[in-house]
Design a protein around this ligand. Structure first.
Ligand code: EPU
Length: 339
């Protein structure tokens, strides 16, 4: 397996930041991954999947391992009578996997169409969109421990999924490398999730009352394309910030001042407020500082118009964070990993 020196990571992160890796290797099998982990020339490697959820603010002075194993395997074609279990290699592109499911009439991930990144990184932050999260179809995943090289299978419970959150971001941060994810998908009687405003509206516009998986996927693709920048054209990493969750009390005070604030109640006493709205109201939507900026159609997304460095994007992130704090008294936190 080829190990490159001083390799550019520009093609390997969707922000398109031209940081360099001291060493770089792309692995296509778990055996290749194990041999790199066991190689004592390299310590504590840096793992990259689709590179869609990271901001590189400096060069990576270690071995970068690009997880690029491929394959989709049917584990059980008749699980719970009407479901299928599919084991998907970590290096598979997420959206390609969604399209494969839609083509084969396997239901559950259609709302997650066009999310950038790879299958192997999807559990880390429990990716989600339009009323569906990864955890809804997750069955288990396999992962290799970075130090003991032992493989472990993580069940749904063990992953401890939350909003853009899992055990892999907390107790087990940087301990395991996910090598495959097994999904539990419906083969018939699909449970469609079309309540999320924008999907319902798009289907209505097309006069679709009983949508197929393909029609939902297509609606999501159209919605995303209308407001999220394509990373192949403008560097970005999707939502840069998480939507903050505040107390009912804080929300009531906020709503007195801003009657049109969108919100989503969570349980009895907590309210999730869209960071995109807070950022837009703070005057940052569409603002550009050199090659770094805030997207003009979705204020939650920071963009690289060409040659911005990671530091320049981070400066914009801090301007936005401070602006929102000054106007609303709410601290918004990055969703992306800042390196
Ligand atoms: N809004 C604004 N201005 C903006 C952006 C949004 O006022 O610039 C308002 C919208 O009008 C709407 C509300 O904020 O009332 C929510 O907007 P939207 O439906 O676009 O969703 P979001 O909360 O901004 C989240 C996810 C997205 C996901 C969408 C759809 C997070 C951090 N982001 O965004 O995920 O696609 O919901 O489900 O939870 C991603 O993680 O990369 C991502 C794109």
């Amino acid at each position: 397996m080829l190990v490159l020196e001083n390799a550019s990571l520009k093609e390997y992160n969707t922000f398109g930041i031209a940081a360099k890796a001291r060493f770089f290797a792309s692995i296509s099998t778990v055996d290749d991954l194990l041999s790199l982990l066991r190689d004592d020339r390299f310590t504590a490697p840096f793992i990259i999947g689709g590179g869609s959820n990271m901001l590189l603010t400096e060069n990576v002075d270690k071995l970068v391992i690009h997880i690029n194993n491929k394959g989709i395997e049917v584990v059980d074609d008749n699980f719970s009578d009407s479901e299928i279990l599919l084991k998907v290699a970590a290096g598979e592109n997420w959206h390609e996997f969604v399209l494969y499911c839609v083509r084969n009439n396997f239901g559950g991930v259609e709302n997650l169409s066009l999310i950038p990144g790879n299958v192997g990184t999807s559990p880390i932050q429990n990716i989600g969109a339009y009323g569906v999260e990864l955890k809804d179809t997750f069955f288990e995943c396999t992962a290799i421990h970075r130090k003991t090289f032992k493989e472990k299978i993580f069940s749904l419970e063990e992953c401890n999924f939350g909003y853009r959150d899992s055990v892999f971001k907390n107790d087990l941060k940087d301990e395991y490398i996910i090598t495959s994810v097994t999904f539990r998908l419906t083969k018939k009687d699909h449970i469609l999730q079309t309540d999320y405003g924008a999907i319902g509206d798009t289907l209505k516009e097309k006069n679709i009352t009983t949508p197929t998986l393909k029609e939902i996927s297509q609606a999501v693709i159209e919605i995303r394309q209308s407001k999220l920048p394509d990373p192949n054209k403008i560097g970005n990493s999707g939502s840069f910030f998480k939507n903050p969750i505040i107390s009912q009390e804080a929300f009531t005070a906020l709503r007195k001042l801003h009657k049109d604030i969108p919100y989503y109640p969570i349980g009895n006493d907590l309210i999730k407020v869209p960071a995109g709205w807070l950022i837009e109201q703070s005057g940052f939507k569409g603002k550009r500082y050199g090659d770094a900026g805030v997207h003009d159609k979705q204020a939650l997304v920071l963009v690289n118009y060409g040659n911005a460095t990671g530091d320049e994007i981070w400066d914009v992130a801090m301007k936005v964070k401070n602006g929102v704090k000054d106007k609303f008294g709410i601290a918004i936190e990055p969703e992306v990993n800042v390196i």
